[in-house]
Design a protein around this ligand. Structure first.
Ligand code: NAD
Length: 367
């Protein structure tokens, strides 16, 4: 990255700032990418994982931080997009010292970047970071935080599903709808509970058979294999595992009529949105559907109130409906329609603020 073309690369992605942080004593190597502060301070999680090399880590943090800008913009939040990665295997490298060094690194950015949990980090890690910086969300309730965002994310998916059902079948009801939940971890398992309560016919798949079994015994869901989940005749496929599962190979097999789940980047590439549309499968864009977590975290920045946060999740239904309607009206894919709506909000804010000056701390008043 450092070398000729470094600024071209940042400008190509529209990134404002990339910061490297290291601490030799604890082995910390981290990268923070601030994609945009046009709408407000850049909020996004910290991913802690062993990347094959530094370039792979950089590519990931640039991609993820950009996606956060779009997610916050479309969710109507006054937040920008950012993301951070810590390079290494959290099972071996995680220590209080490393996390505290990382917390000081975040603090040095003065609130331009606000972190949260992501793959490889959890609420306990956020509590450690909180000892070094105020610019962290998703800390435990005891520390005045909102805790795990997954229940809010799951509820947001339900709101999106109502919009999908209304658009596709003329009624928001999920009663009797066949829904396949692929991945029943923190978000997927909570989603299954809501779906069963709504009268949906729920099938579940996961690479972890214990998690599948828990859904069968707790909610009466039907267990299916991971590959079968893709081909099963269903109204909706809800991907709630990892990204990239919808691609040129899998899309021709899909047995569903709509896709709506929490998984980040379920499409391997943006051309897959066209592949889905060409097959008549309605795709609710991931970053619209999975905004419940960030909506919940954003409430923490103004003093967390669970009832207020839960009420705000309903906006996901309206936003999803707007995206689906805009795509239908203009003949573009739902992904293009979502990008277009997010970009028009960003453009309007940039114009109003004279080009999007850098933003400071959103949590300045909080002890
Ligand atoms: P999680 O790790 O708790 O659950 C993921 C589940 O997927 C696990 O049960 C795992 O066994 C299963 N899985 C992994 N690979 C699989 C595969 N190939 N096939 C089937 N199952 C597989 O994660 P989570 O917090 O529930 O998040 C799920 C997805 O939603 C992720 O893509 C995450 O980035 C996204 N997301 C989560 C949140 C949140 O609040 N947790 C917010 C926004 C987006």
């Amino acid at each position: 990255m450092i070398g000729p073309g470094v600024f071209d690369r940042l400008e190509a992605g529209g990134h404002e700032q990339v910061v490297w942080g290291a601490d030799r004593a604890t082995g910390l190597r981290a990268i923070v990418a601030v994609h945009s502060t046009v709408l407000g301070p850049a909020l996004g999680g910290t991913r802690f994982r062993p990347y094959p090399d530094e370039e792979a880590a950089l590519v990931d943090v640039l991609r993820l931080s950009r996606a956060m800008t779009y997610k916050a913009a479309l969710a109507g939040l006054d937040l920008g997009g950012g993301k951070a990665v810590i390079l290494g295997d959290p099972r071996h490298l995680r220590s209080e010292g490393l996390l505290r060094a990382y917390g000081r690194f975040i603090d040095s950015l003065g609130g331009r970047y606000v972190t949260a949990e992501d793959v490889g980090t959890d609420q306990a890690d956020m509590d450690v970071l909180r000892r070094e910086t105020r610019h962290v969300t998703g800390v435990s309730e005891l520390l005045g935080g909102s805790g795990d965002p997954s229940p809010a994310t799951a509820l947001g998916v339900v709101h999106a599903l109502h919009a999908v059902a209304e658009h596709q079948w003329g009624s928001p009801s999920l009663e009797g709808r066949a829904v396949v939940v692929l991945g029943v971890g923190k978000v997927g398992s909570a989603l299954v509970g809501h779906l069963v309560a709504s009268g949906a016919k729920v099938s579940v798949a996961d690479i972890d058979p214990n998690r599948v079994q828990a859904m069968v015994s707790r909610h009466g869901a039907t267990a299916v294999g991971v590959e079968e989940a893709l081909t099963l005749d269903a109204d909706v496929l809800a991907p709630c595992a990892l990204g990239g599962i919808l691609n040129a190979t899998t899309i021709p097999w899909l047995g569903c009529r709509a896709v709506c789940g929490s998984a980040n980047n379920p499409l391997a590439e943006s051309a897959d949105a066209r592949r889905l549309a060409d097959r008549g499968i309605l795709y609710a864009p991931d970053y619209v559907v999975s905004a419940g977590g960030i909506i919940n975290l954003a409430e923490e920045l103004v003093g967390y109130d669970q009832a207020a946060a839960t009420a705000k999740l309903a906006a996901i239904r309206t936003t999803t409906a707007n995206v689906l309607a805009a795509a239908a009206a203009s003949g573009v894919t739902t992904l293009e329609a979502a990008d277009c709506l997010a970009e028009s909000r960003l453009r309007a804010a940039a114009e109003a603020t004279g080009g999007g000056a850098a933003r400071g701390s959103p949590v300045g008043e909080r002890g």
